[in-house]
Design a protein around this ligand. Structure first.
Ligand SMILES: [Mg+2]
Length: 321
């Protein structure tokens, strides 16, 4: 197969498609993009790297690899309550294969359009398959939800349901045998997880502290506890578990995935008691799918109680492929 130059790659697959977004004075094609940050906003910046064979199967559909990479990167903007603006892409490929690139760019722009995110620059190199996406977003000064802002007495909430990401990984790795409809449910949970960008923006009106769940609830809530100098107690019986996961796994396995499995990309956030009424109004106005799961307490430990007893988890979060 003929390899094409870096310049051709970028031109052919990435430069042609423009997603309208704020403030792109100069996009792909020069040494740098030139961007105008919306007036009186802060820029929120985050980067995620995904390695083939570690964060996704090497032989996965390139369209899905791209969609997942963008969505996972955007999830970090959601965690701060930021609005997406721009992204840059670093793509490392063993070979420049046009069919693969066509699929990848299709997935990339599909996700970009969903989040109104412009691709403003990129870099392609030859090497083992890896995708790094940097996202830029905007947020009102002082409005970003920070890991350091949980306070004793705050109520802990999560969006959506927990454990599907880890169950999906087991399904993809064929550790679990599931029927056709469950298979497609978990495939979409893994490759095109719902990203709570608009909802998180709304939540930033009443929450000062949030994180997206990429490494597992206890691990990520642990990051909040460490940054805020507090402890957390969540109740096993209150954790939202999806219907497909209930059908797939025994209650203990579903609970373990909900607590320690990664890749859920739900938003875990805390709300002060005096903001609960305002949250209730937001919930109704935006039809938010959120569940109260526990409380911020004194101390420095993050634990899950089931009928008053601590649930022991031997591996806290994050699994490699
Ligand atoms: Mg994150």
């Amino acid at each position: 197969m003929a390899s094409i130059s870096e310049f051709d790659l970028i031109e052919e697959y990435f430069a042609g498609q423009i997603v309208a977004s704020y403030g792109v004075n100069l996009g792909i094609g020069d040494d740098c993009a030139l961007l105008t940050v919306p007036q009186s906003k802060q820029l929120a910046v985050s980067i995620d790297t995904m390695i083939g064979g570690v964060h996704f199967p090497k032989n996965a559909d390139p369209e899905l690899i791209a969609e997942r990479a963008v969505r996972v990167a955007v999830s970090d903007l959601a965690a701060m309550g930021a609005d997406p603006l721009w992204m840059t892409l670093s793509l490392t490929l063993p070979a420049a294969e046009s069919h693969w690139l066509a699929g990848f760019s299709r997935g990339l722009f599909k996700a970009a359009e969903e989040f109104n995110l412009s691709l403003v620059g990129g870099d392609t190199t030859r090497g083992p398959l890896a995708v790094a996406i940097q996202v830029h977003g905007s947020v009102d000064p002082g409005q970003a939800m920070l890991r350091s802002q949980a306070r004793v007495g705050d109520i802990i909430f999560v969006t959506g349901s927990l454990g599907d990401g880890a169950a999906a990984l087991a399904v993809i790795k064929k550790e679990l045998d599931v029927g056709k409809s469950a298979f497609s449910y978990f495939m979409s949970q893994y490759y095109t997880p719902r990203i709570w960008i608009r909802e998180a923006h709304a939540l930033s009106e009443v929450s000062r502290c949030a994180i997206d769940i990429s490494d597992g609830l206890l691990a990520d809530l642990g990051h909040i506890c460490k940054a805020s100098g507090v402890g957390a107690v969540v109740e096993a019986e209150r954790l939202p578990i999806s219907e497909p996961l209930r059908k797939l796994a025994e209650p203990d396995a579903a609970l373990a995935w909900a607590l320690t499995g990664g890749d859920d990309y739900q938003i875990c956030f805390t709300v002060a008691p005096q903001q609960l009424q305002a949250l209730e109004e937001l919930r109704e106005r935006h039809r938010l799918d959120i569940t109260a799961i526990g409380e911020i307490v004194r101390g420095n430990e993050c634990v899950c109680l089931s009928n008053g007893r601590i649930v022991e988890c031997d591996n806290l979060g994050y699994k490699h492929f």
